[in-house]
Design a protein around this ligand. Sequence first.
Ligand code: HEC
Length: 143
Amino acid sequence: MENEIQDKKGMKKTILVAFAILIGFFVISKILSSISSDPAQQSYEKHCASCHGVNGEGLKDLIPPLANADWLLENQDKFACIIKNGISGNLVVNGKTYNQAMDGKNLNDVQIYNIINYINQSWGNDIAVITTEDVQKQLLNCK
Ligand code: HEC
């Protein structure tokens, strides 16, 4: 009789410990995944990917690509201003004409810097890395 009660207590304890270990694993894996994911990629995916695509591929005739886009390569000096103020009117990107509008984004210099360098170094793009000073200089001279 006494043994049976002891067994039940032991069982409860085992279940509790197993549960605590499970929760522990869950918390640790969450922490690890938040450390390992790149904040620049997160910013891009939050603010740009809904239109330009997770891989910068664009969308049909509506949204121009950012991956291997000749227009972007030739207009690096305007990149920060485009993110800040948006862009509209005729754009020819890789031989295809786009005529839509993109709103400016309310992002700070560091977020803009992160997004530009993420795009410039992703999906086969190999465009020079820029500094935060480059971004600030550009933003002071937006047309
Ligand atoms: C709501 C949809 C939308 C979002 C979100 C968006 N864009 Fe755009 N973007 C567009 C459209 C549409 C154009 C084409 C504008 C035109 O035709 O004049 C464009 C054009 C561009 C261009 C110039 C053309 C090219 O492809 O090189 C760049 C650079 C650009 N966007 C970067 C960004 C970045 C960086 C972000 C995130 C900070 C972003 N866009 C978020 C819709 C969007």
